[in-house]
Every structure is written in structure tokens, then in C-alpha cells.
Design a protein around this ligand. Structure first.
Ligand code: HEC
Length: 269
């Protein structure tokens, strides 16, 4: 009869052969745990989903290491050697997590909360201008637009030299291709225009902030946009305070990390 299942004290260098029965048992456990991983991944357990998946994965890895790789029957030296690499790996993971998960403005780890805050703070009716909106717009303008449009909006920024046609001079009212209106400017930011890139990775409310600010560079007040014009540039439902963005959200309104960082910075001021 076989004596494979007994934990003989093997001498260094001897190779333990796993019995078929034992191998099958471990394999079954691994399969069950794989099913468990899939099942738990489909249930929303909030913050627990990650840790549970990692726990199951570690448990499975441990079984493979102990039985299939024979660590259970190996010498203590080898075990210590092997375990220490995991200890160091763990230290790296913990240190990295301590950094990443405490970054307040990081969209990857705090995205949903940041988006909620963003929607709350920019509401209500972000498409109407306000003092805060103009302040955010001014900050974003300095960061994103002056290289081409110039610090006073004359279209004479350092990067304008090689451009044809030149960046728009915001202090003049004539010849705007998309119209000198809030929604006209948001259209330009949504789609870009000629050599001007699109800024549709910015949250929609921030694109309105920019439009409001740009319109202050000439004293002439433009027409107030209609509901249809607002819808055309991405406000899903102008009858709602948040424009329908918080609930429905358009894919364009999902802020990338960059835009969120800008927004968090601007909202601190
Ligand atoms: C890479 C240079 C560049 C940057 C950066 C840039 N623009 Fe422009 N912008 C241009 C150019 C060039 C035009 C003129 C395009 C044309 O007339 O074909 C233009 C035109 C415009 C217009 C006029 C559109 C119309 O109806 O004629 C608006 C509004 C505008 N930009 C806003 C902005 C804002 C706001 C920013 C910052 C978020 C910005 N731009 C950043 C190059 C730039």
C-alpha cells in the first residue's frame, strides 16, 4: 500500500511524491475556490470585494506552493527562503497602498466620492454663470488656454506663432465660428476647432466655467442659451438642477484623473 499521505520526515534533497488521492483533493478545493471567486465577484460587497478576492487567491496560491510545489515536505531552509520573498512582497504592497489610498484628490481611488462632491459643489444649474464658476474658469483658463490664447485672451500666446488660423481673440466679438455664446464655446471645447484640441475630457461643468470666463473678456453680453442648445452640448436635462448628469451621466462627463485634480485644486481656492 502507499504511504504517500503520511508526512514522513524526509531528509534534505529527497523528493516527495504527492499521492493521486491527495492531488485530486487539492485540485477539487482549487476548483471550488475558483467558483467562489467568480460568485463573490458578482455580488456587490462594497469595499470587501477586493480583500475577499485577494484572500481566496492567496489561499489557492498557498495550496499550490505547499502541495504541488512540495513546500510542505521541503527543508526548513527552503521554506524560510521562500517565505521571506513573500514577506518582502507584502511590505511593498502595504507601503504602496498606504501611499495610494491616502491621496485625497486621486480619481482612481476616490473617483465616485469626488464625482459626487463635484456634482454637489457645481450645482445647481452650472450652465448659468456665477462668481464661483468664473473663478474656476479663470483658474482653468490660466492653466489650459493661455499658451495659445494669451494671458489677456488676445490670441497671442507663445504657442500661437505657428498657428493658422490664429487662436481666437476673445476681446473681439466678430467672426466666431461656433458663435460667441456659452453653448457656442462649449461646442468648441467639446469638439475642438481646427488646430485647437477638444477639451471633452474635462467635466462638463468645468467646460461651462471656461465658457463663462471667456465671455467676460468682452463687455458685450451674449444671448442666454435655450434648453435645446444646452441639450445639444451635453446637458442631459436642463429642467433638473444638476442637468441630469449625476444620475444619467454622459460618458463625456466622467472626469479623467487630470480633470479631477484640476477641479479639486480649483475648488480649494
Ligand atoms: C493649441 C492651441 C490652443 C489651445 C491650448 C486652446 N485653443 Fe482655443 N483656439 C485655438 C485656435 C487655433 C483657434 C481658432 C480655430 C479656428 O478658427 O479654426 C481657437 C479658437 C477658440 C475659440 C473660438 C471658437 C469659435 O467659435 O470661433 C474658443 C471659444 C476657444 N478657442 C476657447 C479655448 C479655451 C477655453 C481654451 C482652454 C481650455 C482653448 N481655447 C485652448 C487654439 C487653441
Amino acid at each position: 500500500m502507499s504511504h504517500h499521505d503520511q508526512h514522513d520526515d524526509h531528509e534534505h534533497g529527497e523528493h516527495h511524491i504527492l499521492s493521486n488521492a491527495m492531488g485530486l483533493k487539492i485540485l477539487l478545493i482549487l476548483i471550488v475556490m475558483t467558483v467562489l471567486t467568480v460568485v463573490t465577484a458578482r455580488i456587490d460587497l462594497g469595499h470587501l470585494n477586493g480583500p475577499i478576492a485577494i484572500f481566496i487567491a492567496c489561499f489557492k496560491a498557498m495550496l499550490v506552493i505547499l502541495f504541488f510545489m512540495g513546500m510542505k515536505y521541503d527543508s526548513n531552509d527552503n521554506r524560510a527562503f521562500f517565505a521571506s520573498s513573500f514577506v518582502f512582497f507584502g511590505v511593498f504592497v502595504v507601503l504602496t497602498a498606504a501611499d495610494v489610498f491616502t491621496r485625497v484628490g486621486d480619481w482612481r481611488t476616490h473617483g465616485p466620492e469626488l464625482k459626487a462632491t463635484m456634482m454637489k459643489e457645481i450645482q445647481p444649474k452650472f450652465w448659468e454663470d456665477s462668481e464661483e464658476s468664473l473663478k474656476r474658469g479663470a483658474t482653468l483658463f490660466k492653466e489650459q488656454c493661455v499658451t495659445c490664447h494669451g494671458s489677456e485672451g488676445h490670441g497671442d500666446g507663445p504657442a500661437s506663432a505657428g498657428l493658422n488660423p490664429k487662436p481666437r481673440n476673445f476681446t473681439l466679438t466678430a467672426d466666431w465660428k461656433n458663435g460667441r455664446t456659452v453653448t457656442g464655446i462649449v461646442t468648441t471645447l467639446n469638439k475642438g476647432l481646427g488646430s485647437m484640441p477638444s477639451f471633452d475630457n474635462f467635466p462638463l461643468p468645468n467646460r461651462f466655467d471656461l465658457a463663462h470666463y471667456v465671455l467676460t473678456l468682452n463687455a458685450e453680453k451674449p444671448a442666454t442659451p435655450t434648453a435645446d442648445q444646452l441639450k445639444a452640448v451635453g446637458v442631459l436635462d436642463p429642467s433638473k438642477d444638476d442637468g441630469g448628469l449625476a444620475a444619467g451621466g454622459s460618458s463625456k462627463s466622467i472626469p479623467i484623473e487630470f480633470a479631477i485634480d484640476r477641479y479639486v485644486e480649483a475648488s480649494k481656492k
